[in-house]
Design a protein around this ligand. Structure first.
Ligand SMILES: NC(=O)c1ccc[n+]([C@@H]2O[C@H](COP(=O)([O-])OP(=O)(O)OC[C@H]3O[C@@H](n4cnc5c(N)ncnc54)[C@H](O)[C@@H]3O)[C@@H](O)[C@H]2O)c1
Length: 409
């Protein structure tokens, strides 16, 4: 039985609680949040997931569990990891440390996280759920023999789009790390790269050659949307971030020299039913498509009945409407790969190993995200084969992340 401790008890922690109901041999020992609010712990206890109590500190929680999972806001990553380290130095016998996406706000932070985890000598998992989406994994498996016969895929388009985050700290580029490129571009770049990676090769097999990106503030910087944000405690006149981002990542197969391209599109302006993950991968003579809004289930709620709807988000993450024809996804934890990422991580930790995606991999994704911001800022393609560019990226903090988005948006 693996005892799990979750740091953070907000939106994503609630998804993890739900996912863990479908994972065997786990006990949710507890949560830590600075305010100690125990609503999610109550839900977990009700679902018979374990003790699920609130701990007073990260150190205490770390000492009580086998695995800690960091699902706190991005700005708290470093402090949280330092507290986990104190717990381990104080005698905690951790089998694994999990960190949610994005690993960090910039490369310097990512590097510190990786170095702390290495020094602790504890296996790690970087939670990037989209690589574990059953629709992506099964499409790859189904096409494995075709890929072998015809050659690896050469173009992947990957998108995550919705109408904007739920909490002010996501909108503030200084606390979150940027706008939509940092928030969900990390998913689409990672998943796109994975969809191009030949079967059986490691997740970092393909070598990044170049990144070019365009970011823009298309909707939320204008009235009335900017006023709506202000009411929610977000000042986009002073500290804007991008609500649209398109990144082109060129990759090279180190064995064959074959070039491939990831096109990652992300937006917070998707005024459509709700969150959509859209992926397509093209190889010579084959392809596959994933669209998370295609569901076997659909609802219809008429105008006369609409007043009775209390929480449309129970039907679909980031649902935008509560009447008319609505999409319902009956099992989002499975659809998005949350269950599969837990199973992968816990299986690996049982064997004393890193998960499929470890913190080093998270750092690679951070590097690609930073390259995208640099490309937008400089208005040029970033050459990732140039050692001086890689050195520059190490300390680079995007202007948007510094709260100076007005200079580049
Ligand atoms: N994989 C995904 O699809 C996905 C989706 C949403 C969020 N996320 C990631 O999950 C993380 C959390 O996002 P969220 O939507 O749950 O945010 P949230 O604001 O809903 O919840 C954050 C939680 O962390 C707690 N917290 C605040 N400061 C803390 C601190 N210093 N130490 C520990 N806990 C603290 C809060 O009390 C809250 O319980 C983010 O890194 C986000 O990028 C991932």
């Amino acid at each position: 039985m693996m005892k799990i401790g979750i740091i953070g008890a907000g939106f994503m922690a609630a998804f993890h609680e739900k996912a863990l109901r479908s994972v065997r041999n786990v006990e949710l020992e507890g949560f830590y949040t600075p305010r100690g609010n125990d609503e999610l712990a109550q839900v977990a206890r009700k679902n018979k997931l374990g003790n699920a109590k609130m701990y007073k500190s990260v150190v205490e929680l770390t000492k009580a569990v086998d695995v800690v999972c960091v699902v706190a806001p991005n700005f708290a990553r470093l402090d949280t990891m330092r507290e986990i380290a104190k717990g381990v130095e104080g005698g905690a016998k951790l089998k694994g440390i999990i960190v949610e996406k994005p690993l960090a706000r910039n490369l310097k932070e990512a590097d510190t996280l990786v170095r702390i985890a290495k020094a602790l000598n504890v296996p790690t998992a970087y939670f990037e759920n989209q690589l574990h989406m059953p629709s992506v994994v099964q499409s790859r498996l189904q096409l494995a023999d075709v890929e072998k016969a015809m050659g690896p895929a050469h173009l992947a388009r990957s998108a995550e789009e919705h109408a904007g985050p739920h909490k002010p700290w996501f909108w503030d580029p200084t606390t979150q790390g940027g706008g939509v490129c940092c928030d969900t571009g990390c998913h689409s770049i990672a998943c796109g790269m994975y969809m191009l990676t030949p079967m059986g090769k490691p997740v970092d097999f393909l070598k990044p050659v170049s990144v070019s990106a365009t970011m823009s503030l298309l909707k939320w910087g204008s009235k009335p949307w900017i006023d709506e944000l202000k009411e929610r405690g977000v000042d986009y006149a002073a500290k804007p971030a991008e609500d649209y981002s398109i990144v082109t990542l060129q990759l090279k197969n180190p064995e064959t020299g074959q070039r491939s391209i990831v096109q990652a599109t992300n937006s917070w302006i998707y005024d459509a039913p709700g969150l959509r993950l859209f992926m397509e991968t093209f190889g010579p003579g084959y392809s596959y498509t994933v669209n998370s809004l295609q569901s076997p289930a659909g609802l219809f709620i008429s105008d006369t009945a609409a007043a009775a709807v209390t929480d449309s988000e129970l039907a679909l993450e980031k649902s935008q409407a509560s009447r008319g024809a609505l999409v319902l996804q009956p099992n989002e934890t499975d659809l998005y790969g949350y269950i599969a990422e837990w199973i992968d991580a816990l299986d690996a930790f049982e064997q004393g190993k890193d998960a499929l995606l470890n913190l080093e991999y998270g750092k690679l994704i951070t590097m690609l995200i930073m390259s995208a911001y640099m490309s937008h800022e400089k208005g040029k393609t970033i050459d990732l084969t140039d050692p001086s560019v890689l050195t520059e990226l190490e300390d680079y903090v995007p202007l948007i992340q510094q709260g100076k988005g007005n200079e580049v948006l």
